[in-house]
Write a protein that binds this ligand. Sequence first.
Ligand SMILES: C[S@@+](CC[C@H](N)C(=O)[O-])C[C@H]1O[C@@H](n2cnc3c(N)ncnc32)[C@H](O)[C@@H]1O
Length: 219
Amino acid sequence: MAQGFGAAIRGRHSPMDADDVRAAYQRQARTYDSLFGLVSRQARQEAIAAVNRLPAETVLEVGVGTGLALPHYNPEKRITGIDLSHHMLEQARERVAALGLHHVEALLEMDAQATSFPAASFDAAVAMFVASVVPDPHLLVRELRRVVKPGGTILFVNHFAREHGPIWWAERALAPASSLLGWHPDFRLGHIFTPADLATAKIRDLRPLGLFRLVELPN
Ligand SMILES: C[S@@+](CC[C@H](N)C(=O)[O-])C[C@H]1O[C@@H](n2cnc3c(N)ncnc32)[C@H](O)[C@@H]1O
């Protein structure tokens, strides 16, 4: 559920549940690509480029959404996409069929916090603009660590809130609208990563304006 303004000002992050997520993305499925899809385009491209540079063959994309990233993976990668939202997945399936994307092995309706994949199923996993949307980001990291092989890589691209400055104020002002937006503007690195994660992670600001950051976590 959306958090109150007071909690937002204190910088507390309160989760949306799975039904909030499904409802938010049912509303957005048809407009997503031309609205948020556009704002996030550059950062998504940088994340895909980072995936393409990995030696990984099997890649799990969690919160695959409308499948905006799918045409841009190197064709030798084998991509499995999962999402909670049936409506977003429908758009992704249409894209895969229309573009004949043979490197997409499966698109499945599944919760990224508790998948049905056996342990060590993938060489890499990527979560683009998902960390601040899932009901429990810690469960997300734990599940991705389980399904990615030891020695593999887990990538996150997301907006992570600043600790101070004008953007910090804007993030807190937007926070009460999180259920409507379908993501948390006041979501911080510490809401998802432990200090041990952060000690080994590579973190890079992305264009435009460092609004998004790419986090590469060795598994
Ligand atoms: C902001 S969209 C990002 C879509 C896509 N990754 C992109 O780059 O455009 C967030 C997506 O995460 C999905 N999502 C949220 N929580 C999820 C969960 N627990 N498991 C799987 N997908 C989830 C939403 O349904 C939505 O499609």
